[in-house]
Write a protein that binds this ligand. Sequence first.
Ligand code: NAD
Ligand code: HSO
Ligand code: ZN
Length: 426
Amino acid sequence: MMIRVLNGNEKDIINFLKSRQQNENEEIRKKVWDVLKGVKSKGDKAVFDYCKIFDHSEINDKNIMLTNEEISEAYDKVDADFIRIINAAKTNIEEFHKNQIQKPWFMTRSDGSILGQKVMPLDSVGIYVPGGTASYPSSVLMNSIPANLAGVRRIAMATPCKSGIINPYTIVAANECGVHEIYKIGGVHAVAAFAYGTDSVPKVDKIVGPGNIYVATAKKEVFGNVDIDMIAGPSEILIIADENANSKFIAADMMSQAEHDVLASSILLTTSQKLIDEVIIELERQCELLDRKDIILKSLDDYGAAIKVQSIEKAVELSNKIAPEHLEIMVKNPIELLDSIKNAGSIFLGDYSPEPLGDYFAGPNHVLPTGGSAAFFSPLSVDAFIKKSSFIYYSKSGLEKVSDDIQSFAAYEGLSAHGNSIKVRF
Ligand SMILES: NC(=O)c1ccc[n+]([C@@H]2O[C@H](COP(=O)([O-])OP(=O)(O)OC[C@H]3O[C@@H](n4cnc5c(N)ncnc54)[C@H](O)[C@@H]3O)[C@@H](O)[C@H]2O)c1
Ligand SMILES: N[C@H](CO)Cc1c[nH]c[nH+]1
Ligand SMILES: [Zn+2]
């Protein structure tokens, strides 16, 4: 196992982290822009060509959107237990996200004026569901449940159709979650189609959802043409552990994220060299038993690290600088550390809250910021699917009372037309 062991020297750690600042990678940006420009200028034709190039699929204007018949066929291919499981997960995810629903509000003043805020759903969103090296029905749930709770009218989903096939579990999950349109397109060209619109894929107001480095970079580049939720790229896990932590659990959890992508990152921060040695042995042992061993080994080799620190406080300080997508805390009293965690997408406390519990089932969203962007982005939530308008009602007497102050304020700004708008009313 090639995981690097660092001794807590901040310079070494920063150099290691810099090696993964993929969002700034010029080569990827250039490739992404080639595809974005293609779709922007040639629309459907470019989308269909890229489906052939990247996913070996013959997509055209007749077959790009999944039909009801194809959805029924997908049900024939999935086992009944899958439907039970996703509905159990859906119940938990809905229960959690219902707490995020924001209510409109208003306030009044004694002069009779009324002020408030309306809350409205976005009209149309494009949800991206990855499907390159693995399939992600769970991401269908995480994207569509908060969109539905917000009341979005049009939920359009895009997912790669590899060699003409979309994973039936992804299709069934979409139907169970009330997705309105399913497009057989993935990667940068799917993001481009949602952002610019084509004859077959009407433009959306916002694109949400996770994806690989190409998808994440494409979303970043189209921001402004459409809104986006965040940068949710290749997965990450950081584990803070003390000397009592379980090496078997830690190795398993690190590899649960390493298996997503060769660009995924798994980092252990611990006070114990003994634990580091044991985790390395466990990584080597368990890796042999896992289907995606090759991806795991490459990911750990390039972006895995075990870092020995002097104290748990130092581990927290470093973790806050790194701002990981997922943070597991495996120390004696994990809840005591919660308050000191400032930057992390989702926090998993204790030995029995492993990261995959959050990926599939507990209820919080698994679409999370990566690449250090948890310092300023939040998990996907109902908030991503709403917008607000404020409103103002003043009576004549209410306005008259403040008219001099407003006219003076406008004069200080040198904007006499603003002052005039008040003046003409009296
Ligand atoms: N941050 C999160 O919330 C979160 C959640 C789930 C998954 N993920 C991440 O999503 C990603 C899923 O990746 P995936 O690849 O399996 O699926 P994906 O759907 O994100 O990407 C597959 C598509 O990428 C495009 N592509 C692949 N190689 C390319 C190349 N060389 N040039 C241009 N385009 C190319 C192709 O169009 C392909 O269909 C992983 O990185 C995983 O870690 C992140
Ligand atoms: N861990 C991923 C987010 O980085 C989400 C996921 C979906 N399926 C399995 N895992
Ligand atoms: Zn995962």
